[in-house]
Design a protein around this ligand. Structure first.
Ligand code: PLP
Length: 475
């Protein structure tokens, strides 16, 4: 297919430039009725392009024109059988892929440290999670996505599983051997679902891990907005083979997606796909080079360690830098705070680490500035923050996430919560891994961890009481 084309961008341009007198949504009427301050700041073209399903613009829910052509080009680029555009991030794609292959009581094998979108998908579908043990990486305390041997073992005990789910790569850029995992899934006739929210640039250079579709995953969701040029929220879901019912994926998306999808987001996917097709290898090469320079400079800083390899068959995304400040004795949030005050905004900070993303638009000066900011963080005096305890063991599961979600609930003082079954999905952000899932028993370890991370300045999401004085549990 001709990857130089941009069918949806062109269609949108044509429609925006027609000069029709509009009597339809959106209410800002191509900017004429927009709040003047926004119109001045964003300019008219943004509003003119913010159109709805007018003739010539196709329909995301029954695509047969410009949207379908744009999706087919994205599928062609990835080597997928079908690609769906998403306007609610990878989140919606994760919901759809799980809804398409698992119903109430169906087992899905997955790591416990998944993004909370996966937990939401378990609530929506009623699927029964079979959580895999997760090994954590020494000082970084990063949970590693389980390798294929762990899935293989779990399949012996759970031969009735309906799907395998993995993250590729995780938020720290750690990537399992996805092709080996696909091999295990397919030996058992099961689909492999891959959350590649952070993996859209994979496969464009040999220094990067291979793309998830090329590795054989049956469904792959990628947040194009995270590492490529699409607008925030814009993502896509690739499907290949016939282990997953494509019609059901489409139906699930119909259930989940707004009937007013933003054409700005959709067109940005079309443009980002073209950019990846034409310049992906160059963009990646530049990022890899810059990241290499940054790694070298950072490795000379006392007290700072940079994640550069993970043994056991893993690869890492070389363009994502995980800086560990344990030896400097400063917590991740405190280090990120010093970096921010030095003019550098990072992707995220967990208790021990700071994550930095390189872009091809960065220059040597930007890298130098980031390294200097990291140096300042390692040497900072005063408020050095608390390095929190290690991530707690997964609590025992008493109900499926959906059963707990639907159960009658009550709030109890946090001291009385251990032993009760949580209805809340409690996650510490960043990085957002759930500490407590709906259906899991509250443990003392979880409670003291939550208090410690709150004291360390991280946000606890999912609790009705943000002060953490009470938790909601099954009545
Ligand atoms: C591993 C992982 N999966 C899924 C998501 C959700 O992606 P999105 O924000 O595009 O919905 C995220 C977001 O940070 C993530 O880190």
């Amino acid at each position: 297919m001709q990857q130089t084309r941009r069918p949806l961008v062109e269609a949108l341009k044509r429609c925006a430039g027609k000069g029709l007198t509009a009597f339809h949504t959106p209410g800002h009427l191509q900017g004429k009725a927009a709040p003047p301050a926004l119109r001045q700041w964003w300019g008219r073209p943004v509003f003119e392009a913010d159109l709805t399903e007018v003739p010539g613009l196709d329909d995301l829910h029954a695509p047969s024109g410009a949207i379908r052509k744009a999706q087919d080009l994205a599928a062609d680029l990835a080597g997928a059988g079908r690609t769906f555009f998403l306007v609610n991030g990878s989140t919606a794609g994760i919901h759809a892929m799980l809804l398409a292959c698992a119903g109430p009581g169906d087992k899905v094998i997955l790591p416990r440290t998944v993004h909370r979108a996966v937990v939401a998908a378990l609530v929506l579908s009623g699927a029964e999670p079979v959580f895999l043990p997760v090994r954590r990486l020494d000082d970084f305390d990063i949970p590693l996505p389980p390798p294929e041997a762990v899935y293989r073992e779990s399949l012996v005990r759970n031969p009735d599983a309906r799907a395998l789910f993995t993250v590729y790569p995780d938020y720290y850029g750690v990537a399992v051997d996805l092709a080996a995992l696909a091999g295990v899934a397919h030996e058992h006739g099961l689909p492999l679902l891959a959350d590649a929210a952070h993996g859209v640039l994979f496969g464009y250079r040999p220094e990067m891990p291979a793309g998830a579709v090329a590795c054989g995953a049956d469904a792959v969701v990628e947040s194009v907005h995270k590492r490529a040029g699409a607008l925030t929220q814009a993502a896509w879901l690739h499907v290949q083979g016939n282990r997953l019912d494509r019609e059901r994926v489409g139906q699930a998306l119909l259930l989940l997606t707004t009937t007013s999808p933003s054409y700005l987001l959709l067109a940005s996917l079309d443009a980002a796909r073209r950019q990846l097709a034409l310049s992906g290898p160059r963009i990646c090469r530049r990022q890899v080079e810059l990241a290499g320079d940054a790694r070298q400079a950072l490795s000379r800083l006392p007290g700072v360690r940079v994640l550069s390899e993970v043994h056991g068959g893993y690869r890492i995304d070389p363009t994502r830098l995980v800086l560990n400040f344990n030896q400097a004795g400063i917590s991740g949030p405190a280090a990120a705070g010093v970096m921010y005050r030095s003019g550098v905004a990072v992707e995220m900070a967990d208790c021990r680490n700071v994550v930095v993303l390189l872009s091809s638009a960065h220059g040597a000066r930007d890298v130098k500035r980031m390294v200097k900011a990291a140096e300042a963080a390692a040497a900072a005096r005063g408020r050095r923050g608390t390095i929190c305890p290690r991530f707690p063991e997964a609590p025992p599961r008493r109900l499926t996430p959906r059963e707990a979600w639907l159960a009658a609930a009550e709030s109890v003082p946090v001291v009385k919560a251990p032993g009760r079954v949580s209805v809340e999905m409690v996650a510490v952000t960043p990085p957002g891994f759930p500490v407590l899932l709906p259906g899991e028993e509250v443990t003392h370890e979880v409670v003291s961890y939550l208090h410690a991370v709150r004291a360390a300045g991280l946000t606890v999401h999912g609790v009705a009481d943000p002060e953490l004085k009470s938790l909601r549990v099954v009545r």
